[in-house]
Design a protein around this ligand. Structure first.
Ligand SMILES: [Zn+2]
Length: 394
């Protein structure tokens, strides 16, 4: 481990310990993380100088009979903005440094790369104005629906037809703050690690569906990036040999069976009424539309097949299903469980828990916020999350 990696690792872990346990003392941080006293003290002082945290006296006395000092994240000293680019919409959210959402909105998006800087800048200004806060924006995180490598280059976005775009270069001036970019699956997994179901889980596989299907491998406290930060494209697991064509150019991918447009096409192919967007698929399912229910049941079967492979390969304690998968849980889970029982190795199946994300429903835009927070608390280093995250000691 080099020194700067170690420093990032310590700063991230200490910041999130304070966020998760408001009023924690320095001594308690040392106990929880196992870091040495001088490291904790120097990083806490640095955070306080930056205005990221506040110190306040705690009623309890410490071992020497002195009043102890509690630490908490400053609520009013800065804002984080999350931006989530999707095929036909862009979501914006403004949060405090503790991750509490202050304002959010979703704007329709043309899908054109040209002019995206101005579009995102205007969205950020609007969401910050709506937050009612005068605090400066300290970090912006942009989650993108495609492959993002460690240099901040968007390698390929099949659903938008974008290739080899220096997206970090384009977006780094959209706000007077540090801008961080990464893949949407990795961003959403990071949000689960910071704000969701996995704050205490070092190993999990995250799989989500939306306009595409993506995911991330969170292994041993880090997002696994592979050779160039691109690992974890779980939407392109091959499910059906010579199956449906996928937007990535191959065929038989999970995404070609689970994405919003694939479900819509299948509903139409089977003679169902045309649907517009995932919410209309859900409305029809709730109304008991047989064709829609059958399509979702088959999607659950396909999902179970993919998840069983993930269990058999990684045997993670948790597989977390997010995005539209979480919203469609009632219609997917029976067929998925059936497939899992049949296909996952029993010895591993009983040690892996498959869960549906809760923040996908209530706070779907937190991926960008998670990227911004991870970037900011690392204090230095890369503008691409998968090159720097390490939150093992949360
Ligand atoms: Zn594919």
């Amino acid at each position: 481990m080099n020194r700067s990696f170690l420093r990032r690792f310590h700063t991230n872990a200490i910041f999130h310990r304070i966020r998760l346990e408001p009023s924690i003392s320095q001594r308690e941080i040392i106990e929880r993380t196992g870091f040495d006293k001088s490291t904790v003290s120097s990083i806490v002082s640095h955070f306080a100088e930056m205005g990221l945290i506040e110190r306040h006296p705690k009623p309890a006395l410490n071992r020497r009979g002195r009043p102890s000092e509690g630490l908490q994240i400053s609520r009013n000293s800065g804002l984080l903005v999350g931006v989530e680019v999707e095929a036909s919409s862009v979501g914006f959210v403004a949060c405090g440094l503790d991750g509490a959402v202050m304002s959010s909105h979703v704007s329709p998006f043309s899908g054109k790369l040209e002019g995206i800087e101005g579009f995102i800048r205007a969205g950020i200004e609007a969401v910050v104005a709506a937050s009612g806060s005068d605090a400066p924006v300290l970090g912006v995180g942009v989650s993108l629906p495609g492959l993002v490598n460690r240099d901040g280059t968007l390698v390929h976005v099949p659903i938008l037809g974008w290739r080899d775009v220096d997206i970090l270069g384009r977006l780094k001036t959209v706000a007077n703050a540090q801008v961080f970019v990464d893949n949407d699956g990795k961003a959403a997994a990071m949000a689960e690690r910071m704000f969701g179901a996995c704050t205490d889980i070092d190993d999990f596989v995250y799989l989500f569906s939306g306009s595409g299907v993506g995911g991330a491998l969170f292994l041993d406290g880090e997002i696994y990036g592979g050779a160039h930060g691109l690992a974890g494209e779980l939407g392109h697991i091959k499910i059906v040999p010579q199956g449906r064509f996928c937007s990535c150019g191959a065929s038989g991918c999970l995404s070609a069976y689970l994405s919003e447009s694939s479900l819509a096409q299948e509903i139409e192919r089977l003679g169902g009424q045309a649907v517009t967007g995932f919410s209309s698929i859900m409305e029809r399912a709730e109304a008991g539309d047989e064709i829609v229910l059958n399509v979702l049941d088959h999607a659950g079967e396909v999902l179970g097949s993919a998840v069983s492979s993930l269990i058999n390969i990684f045997n993670p304690p948790v597989i977390l299903l997010g995005g539209d998968l979480a919203l469609a849980q009632p219609y997917l889970s029976t067929a998925m469980d059936r497939a899992l029982l049949r296909l996952a190795h029993p010895a591993m199946y009983h040690r892996s828990t498959v869960r549906f994300s809760e923040i996908s429903e209530g706070m779907p835009l937190l991926g960008g916020v998670a990227i911004a927070l991870a970037g900011l608390t690392s204090l230095e280093g890369s503008h691409v999350l998968s090159n720097q995250s390490n939150l093992r000691h949360f």
